[in-house]
Write a protein that binds this ligand. Structure first.
Ligand SMILES: *[C@@H]1O[C@H](CO)[C@@H](O)[C@H](O)[C@H]1NC(C)=O
Ligand SMILES: *[C@@H]1O[C@H](CO)[C@@H](O)[C@H](O)[C@H]1NC(C)=O
Ligand SMILES: *[C@@H]1O[C@H](CO)[C@@H](O)[C@H](O)[C@H]1NC(C)=O
Ligand SMILES: *[C@@H]1O[C@H](CO)[C@@H](O)[C@H](O)[C@H]1NC(C)=O
Ligand SMILES: *[C@@H]1O[C@H](CO)[C@@H](O)[C@H](O)[C@H]1NC(C)=O
Ligand SMILES: *[C@@H]1O[C@H](CO)[C@@H](O)[C@H](O)[C@H]1NC(C)=O
Length: 452
């Protein structure tokens, strides 16, 4: 008792002498470190919480944590006291008293102040619903007022009278609670909404098909199961106005995909909040409007649509040509391209053709050569992003040109003449030989007849 009173007297005396108190703002559950710049190493250090001694160190390097409700959370070092995962009742005034062999003594006061940060209700928010953000401090009496403010996910000060916000995609993300322009704590506001997609969607028979539907804010299926009734996917072909249901996922029944209408589409990882549709390869009939609709238990719906076009190369007169023929290639989706889109042609390496305009939708070549055979590619670019490419394989057979034709004709004529000549000569030879034989047999000329 005597010692305690003695300590109290010292404390009162010291706190009058010591100047500014330190203010430490913390959130419940945080680790809080009270740090001092220790004047010398040969002293004793005592830590108090509301005048109860909770820890100490001595000049021999001894470190002690005293019996107190805080005991399990404390660690003490040469120049600090660490409170691990500070509890709701652990906030308040902490003091550090330093005694050394010199007559000098120090007393440092730490005001550990609770910052209340939160959101009500918790969990992902349905678009349009209200939520209240908390970012406040109860400044203890005698201390300068601690100011708090909220910052929106894009880093702007939120200066509204109330901290009630309506869940919109603009407000979705990490808010920040700032106390005294120093302490910052983030508040997650996950608004259920689809991640915005590129304004344009394309596929081709040479590219995969990926219809992107995913949740922003990393919301997963488990997070929304309680408030969701069903998720459905629809497709309206470009050539039709009737939406066909592709898949349906009910939260009450086990997952049961509806008829896919022969589109061979696959669902992505739905449990991870990825509701995209995909197929390894696009097809001509993929052009149209894809919609993903989420129906919530309160009757509200959330939906997103992705309009798809199919890029293809149309060869005229065809993909199988003979050299010398004219060729026209058209790279098109069947619709005019948005003005900020660009086409780019890639020719087979062997092709000697020079393009006057690499970005034109239509290419015309007066004559093709066998070297033009191979894969011709047309790429669609938007803002330095290659969206899709289409490929056509041209097959060009050689054909003889006029000079070659003339040479061949002449050679043919010469061959013919030679043949005729040979035949004629053969005949003559035969006739002569026949006549010879006849003469010899029918009119034998005795040798000595003329001589004698
Ligand atoms: C969903 O409901 C169950 C039971 O009602 C509850 O235990 C669970 O925490 C809820 N999940 C979410 C994400 O709200
Ligand atoms: C969704 O899944 C598809 C394929 O399964 C993948 O390509 C895509 O990157 C995924 N999206 C996200 C946001 O994870
Ligand atoms: C796609 O379908 C949705 C839902 O039917 C509709 O709201 C949207 O306007 C359609 N988009 C286009 C480009 O037709
Ligand atoms: C998409 O949502 C709007 C309202 O947000 C609704 O009017 C429309 O019918 C929905 N479309 C589909 C296909 O469910
Ligand atoms: C390309 O040719 C098609 C006809 O083959 C024509 O309809 C289209 O307007 C042409 N496009 C351009 C950009 O010249
Ligand atoms: C495309 O990339 C080039 C260089 O990489 C850059 O200079 C240009 O600004 C980019 N254009 C767009 C629209 O991003």
């Amino acid at each position: 008792m005597k010692i305690l009173i003695q300590h109290l007297i010292i404390l009162i005396f010291m706190s009058k002498k010591a100047g500014a108190d330190e203010v430490i703002i913390a959130v419940e559950g945080e680790d809080v470190t009270l740090r001092i710049s220790k004047p010398s190493s040969d002293g004793y250090m005592y830590w108090f919480k509301d005048s109860t001694r909770i820890a100490s160190t001595n000049s021999l390097g001894g470190k002690f944590v005293e019996e107190s409700p805080l005991k399990g959370k404390l660690s003490v070092g040469d120049n600090f006291l660490l409170i691990k995962s500070i509890g709701a009742n652990d906030f308040g005034q902490f003091k550090c008293q330093i005694k050394s062999s010199s007559p000098q003594q120090w007393l440092i006061v730490f005001n550990v102040i609770k910052l209340k940060v939160g959101r009500n209700p918790t969990g992902p928010l349905l678009p349009g619903t209200d939520t209240t953000l908390t970012c406040e401090v109860e400044t203890p009496r005698g201390l300068a007022q601690i100011k708090t403010k909220l910052k929106t996910p894009d880093g702007k000060d939120f200066s509204k009278a109330t901290n009630v916000i309506q869940a919109t995609s603009q407000y979705s993300g990490q808010w920040t609670c700032v106390a005294n322009d120093k302490k910052e704590v983030s508040i997650s506001v996950p608004v259920m909404d689809f991640t915005p997609a590129l304004p344009y969607h394309y596929t081709s028979e040479n590219s995969p098909l990926l219809v992107p539907f995913s949740f922003s804010s990393g919301i997963q299926l488990d997070d929304i199961k309680n408030v969701t009734q069903k998720i459905e996917w629809f497709f309206t072909p470009k050539t039709s106005s009737v939406a066909k249901k592709l898949f349906s996922l009910s939260m009450t029944k086990p997952f049961k995909p509806e008829v896919d209408h022969g589109r061979n589409l696959k669902l992505s990882d739905v449990t991870k909040g990825n509701f995209s549709l995909c197929r390894n390869q696009g097809q001509k009939t993929d052009a149209g409007n894809y919609t993903c609709t989420i129906t919530f238990r309160n009757g509200k719906t959330l939906n997103a649509s992705r309009q798809f076009e199919v890029l293809e190369i149309i060869p005229s007169p065809g993909a199988q040509l003979t050299s010398g023929q004219q060729l026209k290639l058209s790279c098109t989706t069947g619709e005019p391209l948005p003005p900020d889109m660009q086409l780019k042609w890639v020719l087979p390496k062997t092709s000697p053709q020079l393009l006057t305009d690499q970005h034109s939708a239509n290419l015309t070549f007066p004559e093709v050569r066998t070297a033009d055979s191979g894969n011709w590619r047309c790429e669609l670019w938007w803002n330095n992003i290659s969206l899709v490419s289409a490929v056509i394989t041209l097959q060009i057979e050689p054909i003889l040109n006029t000079w070659q034709l003339v040479v061949v004709c002449i050679a043919g004529v010469i061959l013919l003449v030679l043949l005729v000549l040979i035949v004629i000569r053969c005949r003559r030879h035969k006739q002569r030989r026949l006549r010879h034989q006849f003469c010899r047999c029918k009119n034998p000329q005795p040798k000595g007849f003329y001589r004698t």
